[in-house]
Design a protein. Structure first.
Length: 94
């Protein structure tokens, strides 16, 4: 991920973090003339739960009219065992 950021020429600003909150803004530009602006915010509710959102605005040759995304996240700690999920993999839990 860090390698992708460097090749995309990204700049992170407004980073804030405490025991109950993480937020930052990120602006990226890359080959092909695309650019993106991202705002990320996560609120830690307790030792097992958190929720947040990310707003992304992108422009570029593939979508000249622009694209706006709003994503919401909800996390829950399940256990210290990852079961059959291997490092570097993810698993969607419904």
């Amino acid at each position: 991920m860090q390698q992708q950021r460097q090749s995309a020429n990204c700049n992170q600003t407004n980073f804030q973090q405490d025991s109950h909150h993480v937020s930052f803004d990120e602006q990226c530009g890359g080959q092909g003339g695309y650019s993106s602006n991202i705002h990320f915010e996560m609120l830690i509710d307790d030792s097992e739960n958190a929720h947040g959102h990310a707003d992304v605005k992108m422009t570029g040759a593939a979508f000249p009219q622009g694209m706006t995304m709003h994503m919401t996240m909800k996390t829950k700690y399940l256990s210290s065992s990852c079961g059959n999920v291997k490092p570097g993999e993810g698993k969607v839990i419904h």
